[in-house]
Design a protein around this ligand. Structure first.
Ligand SMILES: NC(=O)c1ccc[n+]([C@@H]2O[C@H](COP(=O)([O-])OP(=O)(O)OC[C@H]3O[C@@H](n4cnc5c(N)ncnc54)[C@H](O)[C@@H]3O)[C@@H](O)[C@H]2O)c1
Length: 290
């Protein structure tokens, strides 16, 4: 596998995590977003997280060496000689198409293109590029520096080589590939989780149980680190809603129809930790209100 340089599009929650793990494994990374300000904020988050990894002895290199591998740019031309482009922009097909049309115009035959979509079929996203055989899904989990699994998804046109490249890259950055052999909406892990999360929301909607009790039960009975509402607030309700809606639109299966309590919360701006209110309320310092 040829991997030296990675171009990451989108410096949000996932993009900055992906940038960090690549830099920590010795790769040169260019992180891109629509503004300088967003990229500076992302760099601050990476700096904080890299410091924590160093403090805990989880990486042996020094701060400057790791951070020195990261560059930022709003210019897609900087992707021209990347071995791998990973897109982590908003979960909207039109935006992903726009991004990949621009990427496709600058990269060569050898560049592998990947999307970190939560739920949009890889084949749909790859329809924006002229070499869909070089396109693969790389679905990271949040928070990226901590989560060891990455789903590697084969689109209908993905070549064996690109699919294998995805798996090799995931191992190279110290994570475990979960191979998704068919391009199914929601892939594997979210598809299973979605149905269970929506059932938890419906139980809250029906007044059967509180988010606190459901989260506690899922932690204590099933050994989860976090319950569905705690995770939901971390991910952002609007991010999950977009993902659920995409799967529902694809399948038209009522199992995947987002409950109205979730849709109303998103309309009200109760998006989770990022807005100080979601399934739970948060103090300005990020701690949960009692
Ligand atoms: N948040 C999660 O837990 C999670 C988990 C797995 C996958 N994902 C997926 O990863 C992707 C990104 O999610 P996120 O949570 O990081 O979102 P986010 O909102 O934190 O970040 C998205 C970033 O993309 C940038 N962006 C938007 N349009 C752009 C463009 N045209 N060019 C460059 N940058 C652009 C935005 O400015 C923003 O900084 C989505 O597809 C999401 O479904 C999210």
């Amino acid at each position: 596998m040829n991997i030296n340089k990675v171009f990451v599009v989108g410096a949000g929650t996932m993009g900055n995590g992906i940038t960090q793990v690549c830099a920590q494994r010795g790769l040169s990374v260019i992180m891109s977003d629509v503004s300088r300000d967003l990229m500076d904020k992302a760099l601050k988050k990476i700096e904080w997280s890299v410091s924590k990894f160093i403090e805990k002895g989880k990486v042996s290199e020094d701060f400057d060496t790791i951070m020195g591998r990261i560059q930022t740019s709003t210019d897609y031309n900087a992707a021209a000689d990347a071995d791998l482009v990973i897109e982590a922009v908003f979960e909207k097909l039109e935006i992903k198409h726009e991004v990949f049309a621009k990427i496709d115009a600058v990269v060569g035959d050898k560049t592998i293109m990947a999307s970190n979509t939560s739920a949009i079929p890889i084949t749909d996203i790859a329809s924006a590029v002229s070499r869909p055989q070089n396109f693969v899904g790389l679905h990271f989990f949040n928070p990226v520096p901590m989560m060891a699994a990455v789903e590697v998804i084969r689109g209908i046109s993905t070549s064996d080589k690109a699919f294998q490249y995805g798996a090799d890259f995931v191992k190279f950055i110290g994570k475990e590939p979960i191979m998704v052999n068919k391009d199914i909406a929601g892939f594997i892990l979210n598809r299973i989780n979605m149905v269970s999360n929506m059932e938890a929301m419906r139980l809250v909607e029906q007044g059967v149980a509180t988010p606190e009790d459901i989260d506690k039960g899922m932690r204590l009975a099933f050994g989860r680190k976090m319950g569905p509402f705690e995770t939901g607030d971390l991910v952002g309700l609007e991010v999950s809603l977009m993902a659920y809606t995409n799967v529902y639109e694809e399948e038209k299966d009522p199992r995947f129809y987002p409950p109205s309590i979730m849709r109303r919360k998103v309309l009200a701006g109760h998006l989770g930790r990022k807005t100080g209110k979601g399934w739970y309320d948060y103090n300005p310092d990020g701690s949960r209100k009692k």
